[in-house]
Design a protein around this ligand. Sequence first.
Ligand code: GYE
Length: 317
Amino acid sequence: SNTSSDKSSAGKGDKQIVMGFSQIGAESEWRTAHTKDIKQAAQDAGIKLIFSDAQQKQENQIKAIRSFIAQGVDIIAFTPIVETGWDTVLKEAKDAKIPVIIVDRDVKLNDDSLYVAKIGTDSVTEGQNAFKWIDEYMKKQNKKPRDGGDKFNIVVLEGTVGSSVAVRRSQGFTEAMKASPDASKYEILASQTGEFTRQKGQEVMESFLKSYGDKIDILFAQNDDMALGAIQAIEAAGLKPGKDITIISIDGVKGIFQAMIEGKSNCTVECNPLQGKLLMETAKKILKGEKVEKNVFVKEGVFPADTAKDTLPSRKY
Ligand code: GYE
């Protein structure tokens, strides 16, 4: 009946769908765009979004999911800050017959029936693309190691420890490096987390520069925000970012395009935060009982500095 508050009527047009969404926090420009897109998409789709910000803590996400279950939402979506530790709470959602969509980052579960769909980005490919671009660029520019040796020294600013994104970007990058005919020309000097933030990226880059100052040829920052922080550290050390140290990062936010236009960074591998529309469409299908794809990756590109000026005006985040 129309007046029924029974969950089974959700999504059938007579009752507004309620989605509980647990976001990680607001660590980066990318994350801000992701949140904004999801909120807008919910509004456009006529879905009521209960949005919860976990402030970078998994325990807050677990609490949020439990509260969504207690409120009897129609569907739960969340971006898992780290890969593991979700089995129990997702089992609770399943027992309550609330479907779950995993968004952006990935999870490791013992039982994949604990979620209905996963919408995200391909972190392994992003990491591979980052190395491939660097490898070609160093050749094209005829770059020589700054310390006069026979290897380019790389430092890495990793993302959040234990996140699928950090693990897989590292994996993709090193896999591509090992697979390259130029493998022997590269060495990873240091790899440390900068927690996907500008502040931490700057701090860790400062410490890299203290330890290895004139040896560093390449910075691989696993997101643009850390690269932007590192650029400040490099300049403060009297070096030229984008020249003395070649910089590649991931995301494709406006801030890095600006830095590339200024010649301070060299390339960004796009990671697409515009996942809201697909999330809302997927939620509606699930609640109508339609079949959906279990794992979907959104589309992404690669943007070197020489494309930045023409591309920036059309960037959506
Ligand atoms: O690259 C980074 C962020 O999970 C793909 O998280 C996302 C990453 C993104 O904060 O900037």
